[in-house]
Design a protein around this ligand. Structure first.
Ligand code: PRT
Ligand code: ZN
Length: 285
């Protein structure tokens, strides 16, 4: 029987969210990841626990079939892989930052500067696209201290909250790319392995849809049903069930997490009462 080899980060910012996603897909596996490899108990997948930097190369070289890695690392390491799915966690951006007192007037201000980064390929492509020529100084960690120790005049580094830059006297002036965890595969993965990947994707889609939607139940006078139905985009149209009380109904539907508060306000104005909002476990569209 065929098995899909899935490379995930052994320990770091991607690890917990990657393994949580797998768990939410109903896939169980040994919890201790002291080993390099582990097989799932109930799904034909084998995990390879690796450093994130090695994941694109291992997938490209056929050691693993698919992997979960930050888009920033993927773009830096290889152009040879296919992004199968954006996973929506470990979101961050790769940005250029300069010392606070620097008079930044746009990308042209980077001309001739020495820029420290762990992402020389992405930075070099970005500078080329913008017609800027600058010196790239590659360092593997603590990029944010480079200007204060005189190693560089600017940095290009991963930013999440921005507090690391601020505490090093730096100002984020240019987003080079936005990143999040992605599921990647070798192009042309076929046969049994492709089938397993498709099953995994089906589950990931159901988990993501469930996480970004809520089930909503509410009571409303029958005369308000038409208006309320307009406000509930739902999957098709709301389920309407009569209440024991004459002239009233219960409506059931699904709302997007992002629209949630706005929808609730509008529903109340339209006459909805007793609104219940419930998390969805899985959602198959
Ligand atoms: O050991 P291994 O090589 O596997 O891991 P690693 O240390 O290289 O990577 P890790 O675990 O730190 O990050 C893995 C991935 O998480 C990155 O490639 C990004 O895709 C993503 N990610 C999300 C981040 C951050 N947020 C983040 N904040 N990666 C790094 N940071 C660092 C950043 O380098 C900077 O030092 O956090 C600092 C900035 O954070 P803020 O919040 O102060 O802006
Ligand atoms: Zn790394």
């Amino acid at each position: 029987m065929s098995t899909l080899q899935l490379a995930v980060q052994k320990s770091g910012r991607l690890s917990d969210s990657s393994l949580n996603l797998i768990k939410e897909c109903g896939i169980t596996f040994p919890t201790r990841i002291a080993r390099l490899k582990a097989s799932a108990f109930n799904f034909p997948v084998e995990f390879l626990y690796l450093r994130d930097d090695d994941i694109p190369g291992y997938v490209a070289d056929n050691v693993a079939d698919v992997g979960i890695v930050g888009k920033n690392v993927l773009m830096e390491k290889t152009d040879d892989l296919e992004v199968i799915k954006e996973l929506g966690f470990s979101k961050c951006r790769l940005s250029i930052a300069v010392p606070r007192e620097f008079d930044y007037q746009g990308v042209k201000s980077l001309e001739g500067l020495n820029i420290a980064t762990s992402y020389p390929k992405i930075l070099s492509d970005f500078l080329k696209d913008n017609g800027v020529s600058a010196d790239i100084h590659e360092i593997s960690g603590s990029v944010e201290i480079a200007p204060s120790i005189g190693l560089a005049e600017a940095v290009c580094d991963i930013v999440s909250t921005g507090s690391t830059l601020v505490s090093n006297g730096l100002l984020e002036v240019q987003v080079v790319m936005k990143s999040e965890a992605v599921l990647v595969a070798r192009p042309g993965l076929s046969g049994a392995k492709r089938e397993i990947l498709d099953q995994l994707l089906f589950r990931i889609n159901a988990v993501q849809a469930a996480n970004s939607n809520k089930y909503i139940l509410l009571n409303a006078p029958n005369k308000a049903i038409a208006n309320i139905t307009e406000l509930l985009p739902g999957m098709r149209s709301p389920t309407v069930v009569p209440l024991a009380q004459e002239g009233w109904s219960s409506l059931h539907s699904v709302v997007k997490e992002d629209d949630f508060w706005e929808v609730i306000e509008n529903l109340r104005e339209a006459g909805a009462e007793g609104i219940l909002v419930i998390p969805i476990e899985k959602m198959v569209l």
